[in-house]
Ligand binder design. Sequence first.
Ligand code: HEC
Length: 132
Amino acid sequence: MSSKTAARVVTSTDFASSDLFSAHGFFLLETTLTPALFAADAKENWKQHCVRCHGADGKGVTKMGRKLKIRDLTQERTQKRLADDDIADLLASGYKDNSGEERMPAFRDKLSPEDRAALAVFVRSLKNGPSP
Ligand code: HEC
C-alpha cells in the first residue's frame, strides 16, 4: 500500500476528524514513511561503496581504514566536523590529502545527488551505533 492510499484510509474511515486533522495525518504518514524508504537505498549504497574503507559500523576499523587513518564516523567529534551539505559535496568530489593524493574516491558518477543526500542522512545515523 502506498503512503497516499494509507492516508485516504485514515481520512475516509474517521468521519469525526476535521480537515486539519486529516491533513495532519497525511503529513505524518508522508514524513514517517519517506525516510525509511531512503534509508534502505542508502544502506545498500553504503554497503556497496563505503564499507570497504569505513567498515559496516562506520568506525573505520578496516585494513583500508587503518592505512588511510579514517576517522570514526560514529563519534560526535567527527559528526560535528561536517554539515549535511558538506557530506553530500564530499561524496561528489571525494577527498584528497594536502599533497593532492586521492584518499577517498569521488562518487559523482556512481551516485545521484539524491543518493548522495540520502547517504549524508545515513552517515548521521551512524552516530548512534550501527543500525540493525
Ligand atoms: C578508498 C576508501 C574510502 C571509501 C571507499 C570511502 N571513503 Fe569516506 N573517507 C575516506 C578517507 C581517507 C577520508 C578522510 C579521512 C577522514 O576524515 O576520516 C574519508 C572521509 C569521509 C567522511 C568525512 C569524515 C571527516 O570528518 O572528514 C565521510 C562523511 C565519508 N568519508 C563518508 C563516506 C561514504 C558515505 C562513502 C561511500 C559512498 C565513503 N566515505 C567511501 C576513505 C574512503
